[in-house]
Design a protein. Structure first.
Length: 316
């Protein structure tokens, strides 16, 4: 199954795959410090997703206004976007309460699992790079940038007005589609994360609508920047995205380590469980990457698919 097939899904299997990919993205985005963009990249829909979002342009508006619906549906891959979007929304509404409680009572285990996801993602995406001096420089630079950003402290604010939530949503969505830095973590820094998570649980339509509208405006604009960079500076852009993931490990470590304060008897059994969850997350992403690319550095040591799937980083 290639990028074109996924961009224009036709079979139930393709729709299911996109839904599950969206579910993985939504699950990751709920946790501060883990990015749904990482899941999109590893699962082979990243460039397709950026292109689909980019299709919402002046031409799409003209087609909609003139009621040329057939041309509009040919221009905008609604099938792809709906399948992924439904997966994301399902994860957010199904898991928000569960993850909220898990983050409160078992943060070490949650971040151990997601730390494994991030580590595997770094290895999988990093293996696709050609390590020229320029690529290495960009990788180091954006690793440092991400390291500094995720070290920022949460802003304490009581301002949860629709305008503030709109702006927060626009900023957070830009991070959400970047592998490495999650939109939920940006919301946390901006002091809006707990309010938004509570709004999801309480179905606060006003707050959720303001965030959603801001996210829509932000993602439509930012997708054009990413599309241009991936088209003209692919290796440098992937290096920057990988750097974001490397730097984001700081928040995974900080938060998982901080969680041990709530577990005064954190001993051998708890450590074994945390390590087991880390390895589980690592193996899940590595396995999914190998199914998609056939070139995962870990699984390629002992398993080579009969056919060579599409490389999700460049679509060829």
């Amino acid at each position: 199954m290639n990028q074109v097939d996924l961009g224009r899904p036709r079979t139930p299997r393709q729709y299911l795959r996109l839904f599950l990919t969206g579910f993985a993205m939504g699950s990751a985005d709920i946790v501060p410090g883990v990015s749904g963009g990482t899941m999109a990249f590893i699962l082979g829909i990243y460039e397709t997703l950026i292109g689909a979002i980019k299709s919402f342009n002046v031409k799409a508006i003209r087609l909609a206004i003139s009621l040329k619906l057939r041309d509009l549906f040919e221009h905008v891959p609604f099938g792809f976007l709906i399948a992924v979007g439904m997966g994301i929304l399902t994860a957010i509404f199904a898991l928000s309460s569960l993850l909220h409680d898990a983050l409160e009572y078992y943060p070490t285990y949650v971040f151990a699992f997601f730390g494994g996801l991030v580590l595997a993602s770094i290895i999988a995406v990093g293996a696709k790079l050609r390590y020229t001096p320029a690529v290495i420089a960009v990788l180091v630079l954006f690793s440092v940038v991400a390291f500094v950003v995720v070290g920022l402290q949460e802003v304490q604010t009581t301002d949860h007005s629709p305008l503030t939530l709109f702006i927060s949503g626009a900023i957070a969505i830009c991070a959400m589609i970047l592998p490495g830095i999650s939109g939920s973590f940006i919301l946390l820094i901006l002091g809006q994360y707990h309010h938004v998570l509570g709004s999801v649980r309480a179905l606060d339509i006003v707050s959720l609508g303001a965030v959603a509208l801001g996210a829509l405006v932000g993602i439509v604009g930012f997708s054009r920047v990413l599309s241009f960079l991936l088209k003209h500076y692919e290796q440098l852009t992937i290096a920057a995205l990988t750097g974001f993931m490397i730097g984001s490990l700081r928040t995974v470590w900080d938060r998982s380590a901080a969680g041990t304060e709530t577990l005064p008897q954190f001993g051998a059994a708890e450590l074994a469980l945390a390590v087991g969850l880390l390895l589980l997350g690592f193996l899940i992403v590595s396995f999914l990457d190998h199914l998609q690319s056939g070139k995962n550095p870990i699984f390629a040591l002992f398993w080579r698919p009969r056919t060579a799937p599409v490389n999700p980083a460049n679509g060829n």
